[in-house]
Design a protein around this ligand. Structure first.
Ligand code: XIL
Length: 315
């Protein structure tokens, strides 16, 4: 049958995957699936701060460059992930005891160096990742504590200066449906755009769990962002299951994947549907959610699961 990539092209969206750089380098079936099933890629880790700037002012782009080269060789676009986040920060940033002025300068230099390095080769940047708490307040991380809420607008302006053509996204989880968090993010994006801050997209991660109801109002939620004139994307879809998986779990997983994809397909400015890894062989889920797994669309032997077929049917 047709690959997801071929089907997505007809549907008018990109289909992407997060890529594990080690597997891409070492494992032929992994590499082959990335190349044939997807037309967009996101580095799972290698563009994050701890990899890219492990010591102050020392920039390491080796692994990220390899992925960008791979993408170009295979006619794929790249989602840059990410520039500002509370996690995977090197300790020199978190424990540095910098003044506000110094930290602001560190952030500015980091964004400018990374975005400039990849200028012209990144389709969409996740500029700010996971800035919100579930209740809609801003996360009390090092950026908010030391720089105040203005760090968000600054980050977008700095990224835009370095690569005016990249689409700049704010990305978060648990914002699939209409809730306190997605509404706070909506309000922020509306305000930023009114103020002329260059934010062009909202990334909806889509990390779901079959034990919670799938977000059946995702299309309504995405519609309100669409009306603001911003792009949207499903950026990190996976659907975890408490093991061992029952037949009901698997059905719920297929449906949850479809709910996310349908949200995108029903939204005019939704650009892409990206899964957070495609094979159960390499997934962040078992390491983070105790007792859970099988969250992806291929099994550990690279065989397509029913979730794969469900997505193919919807495209
Ligand atoms: C995860 C990676 O998949 C893991 O390999 C890493 O150890 C931790 O980060 N939200 C995000 C992603 O925005 O960057 C996270 O990726 C998953 C949750």
């Amino acid at each position: 049958g047709a690959t997801l990539r071929q089907l997505a092209q007809k549907a008018g969206i990109r289909i992407g995957t997060a890529v594990n750089s080690d597997a891409l380098a070492d494992e032929a079936p992994y590499t082959q699936k990335v190349a044939t099933e997807f037309d967009s890629v996101t580095p799972e880790n290698v563009m994050k701060w701890d990899t890219v700037e492990p010591a102050r002012g020392t920039f390491v782009f080796t692994q990220a460059d390899r992925l960008v080269d791979f993408a170009q060789a295979h006619g794929q676009l790249v989602r840059g992930h990410n520039l500002v986040w509370h996690s995977q920060l090197p300790s020199w940033v978190t424990d540095g005891d910098f003044s506000a002025t110094e930290l602001r300068d560190i952030l500015h230099r980091h964004i400018t160096a990374e975005v400039t390095h990849f200028k012209g080769r990144i389709w969409q940047w996740d500029v700010v990742n996971e800035a919100f708490n579930e209740d809609g307040t801003l996360r009390d991380d090092v950026w908010l504590q030391k720089l105040g809420p203005g760090y968000i607008a600054d980050a977008f302006r700095w990224a835009h200066e370095a690569d005016p053509k990249a689409a700049l996204y704010i990305n978060d989880y648990n914002i699939e449906g209409v809730n306190a968090k997605s509404t706070a993010l909506y309000d922020l994006v509306a305000r930023l755009r009114k103020e002329g801050v260059p934010v062009q997209g909202v990334g909806i991660q889509g990390h779901l769990d079959v034990q919670y109801p799938a977000p059946h109002d995702i299309a309504d939620n995405m519609a309100r962002f669409d009306k603001l004139g911003v792009q949207t994307a499903i950026t990190e879809a996976d659907v975890r299951i408490t093991l061992p998986a029952s037949a009901t779990d698997v059905e719920a997983q297929d449906e949850a994947y479809q709910t996310l994809l349908e949200g995108c397909l029903l939204t005019r400015r939704c650009t892409d549907f990206t899964v957070w890894g495609f094979t159960d062989k390499y997934s962040w889920v078992p390491g983070v959610f105790t007792g859970e797994g099988q969250a992806n669309i291929f099994d550990e032997n690279y065989q397509p699961k029913s979730a794969y077929t469900a997505l193919a049917q919807d495209l």
